[in-house]
Design a protein around this ligand. Structure first.
Ligand code: SIN
Length: 522
């Protein structure tokens, strides 16, 4: 294998956490490893709602932290909630100074959206549903103008190189042509910021390349994974036959949009006092139940927004138009879809993983902020806060270097891409068995299928990464014999009494459980 050694810090990913960290590291030279052109393919750019931050004089970081802890169903680390919410305002001001055109009132105050389980309208937004895209555009402009940042676009990380428990480099392949021979990039530090796992499910709101590969490669390198079983399903992905499913932002329900079924019945009022603004896991289960019962749930924006949805929520309106739906006159069909992985690579409050030389931020990490059910729009905030923390940690710990030559890659032929049919089989298996509702029989079936798929297609490192993360999710879900937040066990419907525990696991433990299940008589 070709090896290249660089003095640059390697950042895997090109979403909000990756770009913000690269800017906070400047002028320390970095390389961003981005599978696509910057701005494409990252979940952050698809985020509609915005960034949660207590910006209003009547709101407070304490209230924001309290809502975060409450939504997380007992497994949020309160110190992390305080850390992330306490400084939120500073990040909004920083993004504003970088050119993000947040919606403002005539007085210059930030316009705040209301989202589920927030006790206050607390989500800063851009043109209704454009926050992710617009923040990313502002960051990309800054990144392109920063000479210390080299973006390697069209390059995919597939493995981590380790030496005695220390991460020493990243193995990469050409992303567009996964038949390229791998190259090892050796560097003084690695920051993983390459997104979550939603695309491991057949029904998801995540971009196609977000399939648990970054979490999987860290797990395969020996990093500890936390809360793997906690996967958030968004209640209002549009059920229009697209893969990925377009999102209809929760901010629409914040505006007063209702959920009805094919009989016109508004079903959330009977389920939770907050109706459509109940915590996301509650609404997702209700939507899933309606779908399973053949009642075709729909989001009805007609009365509250009418024609205005087309101007106020352009991304939603565009997805509707593409699918022949006029939301001003008809409700939007919706389904629950895998949206956000609360679990991920375990990190401490400095953003460090259990492997030396490896920092993590954004959805790939599990910091303890989200618990079993992430509060809406806390994802982007966490990515920003930990991107800065990781950048500061790297600058403190890694020898200062002022200049470094650009990395030049020339890929030879070789390598094995993931088999498309095997990927689809894995995704279907996850949706069928490790989805909104889980039980031991389904989770064991998933583990057996994952073992078979891995045995048949294990020559592709990218597919091994997907299998590793999927195995951790299924194993974690099997071991957690209770229902909590987004993790619903129909064979263990109660939440355990007493203090809740976060789960911590290494891949070898999940694999041992998988082997044991495969040996059991069915
Ligand atoms: C949404 O806009 O509904 C999604 C926001 C989020 O997942 O944080």
């Amino acid at each position: 294998m070709t090896n290249i050694t660089t003095d640059r810090i390697l950042i895997v990913g090109a979403g909000m956490g990756a770009l913000y960290a690269a800017l906070k590291l400047a002028p320390r030279p970095v390389v961003l490893i981005s599978p696509e052109t910057l701005g494409e393919g990252a979940s952050s750019a698809w985020a509609q709602g915005g960034v949660a931050a207590a910006m209003d004089a009547d709101d407070s970081p304490d209230d924001h932290a309290r809502d975060t802890v409450k939504a997380g169903a007992g497994t949020v680390d309160p110190a992390v909630a305080d850390l992330v919410t306490g400084d939120a305002r500073r990040y909004i001001l920083d993004l504003t100074s970088m050119g993000t055109p947040f919606d403002r009132t005539e007085n210059g105050d930030y316009v705040m959206s209301r989202e589920a389980a927030h006790s206050f309208a607390r989500v800063v937004r851009v043109k209704g549903d454009q926050a992710g895209a617009q923040i990313m555009a502002a960051l990309i402009e800054q990144v392109r103008e920063t000479p210390s940042i080299q973006a390697l676009e069209g390059v995919m990380a597939v493995d981590l190189e380790t030496d005695n428990g220390r991460v020493t480099g990243v193995v990469v392949q050409a992303a567009g042509d996964a038949r390229s021979a791998p190259i090892t990039l050796r560097a003084p530090a690695v920051l993983l910021a390459g997104g979550g796992s939603g695309g491991l499910y057949a029904v998801t709101t995540n971009p196609p390349r977000i399939r648990g590969q970054v979490i999987g490669m860290a797990a395969r390198a020996g990093a500890q994974i936390a809360d793997a079983e906690f996967v958030q399903f968004h209640p209002t992905a549009m059920d229009v036959g697209e893969d990925p499913a377009p999102l209809a932002t929760e901010a629409l329900r914040g505006e007063g949009a209702t959920l009805i079924n094919k009989d016109g019945a508004r079903f959330m009022t009977a389920i939770h006092p907050d109706a459509e603004l109940a915590p996301r896991d509650v609404v997702a289960r209700a939507i899933y139940a309606q779908t399973q019962a053949g009642l075709r749930p729909m989001l009805d924006t007609r009365d509250v927004l009418g024609e205005r949805i087309k101007e106020l929520y352009p991304a939603v309106a565009e997805a509707c138009a593409r699918n022949g739906i006029d939301p001003a006159v008809e409700p939007i069909p919706v389904a629950a879809a895998a949206h956000y992985h609360m679990g991920g690579i375990a990190t401490d409050t400095d953003g460090k993983s259990t492997l030396e030389g490896l920092w993590v931020c954004g959805e790939a990490s599990s910091t303890g902020l989200h618990g079993a059910n992430r509060l809406a729009s806390n994802g982007l905030l966490e990515a920003l806060v930990y991107a800065r923390i990781c950048a500061e940690g790297i600058l403190n710990e890694v020898e200062a270097v002022n200049e470094a030559s650009p990395v030049e890659l020339k890929f030879d032929a070789g390598g094995t891409p993931p088999d498309a049919e095997a990927v689809m089989a894995l995704r279907q298996c996850m949706t069928d068995n490790v989805g909104v509702e889980r039980d031991a029989a389904g989770l064991k079936a998933a583990l057996r299928t994952l073992a078979q798929l891995e045995a048949a297609h294990g020559e592709s490192p990218s597919f091994l990464n997907m299998c590793a993360t999927a195995t951790m999710i299924a194993a974690g879900a099997l071991l957690r014999e209770e229902s909590r937040g987004a993790h619903e066990r129909i064979d263990f419907p109660e939440t355990n009494a007493g203090p809740a525990k976060r789960s911590q696991m290494h891949l070898r433990e999940a694999m041992a459980l998988r082997d044991q299940i495969c040996e059991e008589k069915q």
